[in-house]
Design a binder for this molecule. Structure first.
Ligand code: SF4
Length: 98
């Protein structure tokens, strides 16, 4: 997705590259809860098939991404992992995103 181009090589293999950007971030004007749920489900469906999902999640956690779907998780779900700003998890993070 355009907002993520510019850093890691993993981005070249991102399943969201192209025209899916609007699925991964909320619209600036806001959205209804039901619209958000639908949008996020579609984004997560793409993430579930993405070969660089863990790299994406790593970057979001390390950079404290405050919005959007990264690695198949929204910002609230990432906060729930409790490891913002660190890539030293001390657990098998793959188990959190399956
Ligand atoms: S995990 Fe999702 S947001 Fe991250 S690169 Fe893959 S498709 Fe894009």
């Amino acid at each position: 997705m355009d907002q993520r181009i510019g850093a890691g090589v993993w981005r070249e293999n991102a399943a969201c590259r192209g025209s899916f950007g609007s699925l991964f971030y909320p619209p600036q004007k806001g959205e209804k809860r039901s619209d958000r749920k639908s949008r996020e489900e579609r984004a997560k469906w793409i993430c579930a098939r993405c070969q660089v999902r863990l790299d994406c999640l790593d970057e979001a956690l390390a950079s404290n991404e405050s919005t959007g779907i990264w690695g198949g998780l929204n910002e609230l779900e990432r906060r729930g992992l409790g490891f913002e700003g660190s890539t030293s998890y001390g657990f098998d993070k793959e188990s959190f995103i399956k």
